[in-house]
Design a protein around this ligand. Structure first.
Ligand SMILES: [Zn+2]
Length: 99
């Protein structure tokens, strides 16, 4: 059983111990689950076909709805604003952090 030093009292304790048996110092913090980051390329690809789908894929529901409405209305009003906002939507879906 490998030993490690307690950072609080410098006694040798098992590295599998949750807390130091000498001073009670907590050696292991609570387990933190980190969600895996979703693919930026897939999010961008989804937004290419359906504006906002990439944001939805990354868990940003409100952003997904807003992007869908913005890009959709941009295409309906004039082609260029739709194209610009669609490009921005794809870019931002790709770089957005997973929620
Ligand atoms: Zn200790």
């Amino acid at each position: 059983m490998p030993l490690t030093l307690c950072p609080e009292c410098n006694n040798r304790v098992s590295d599998s111990a949750q807390a130091c048996p000498y001073c009670g110092h907590v050696l292991r913090d609570k387990v933190v689950f980190i969600k895996p980051e979703k693919s930026g390329w897939l999010a961008a690809l989804l937004s290419l076909f359906i504006p906002g789908a990439g944001h939805l894929y990354k868990g940003h529901v409100i952003s997904a709805i807003l992007w869908f409405l913005l890009v959709g209305s941009g295409y309906v009003i004039l082609f260029l604003p739709g194209l610009i906002s669609h490009g921005l939507c794809i870019l931002l879906a790709g770089i957005a952090r997973t929620k």
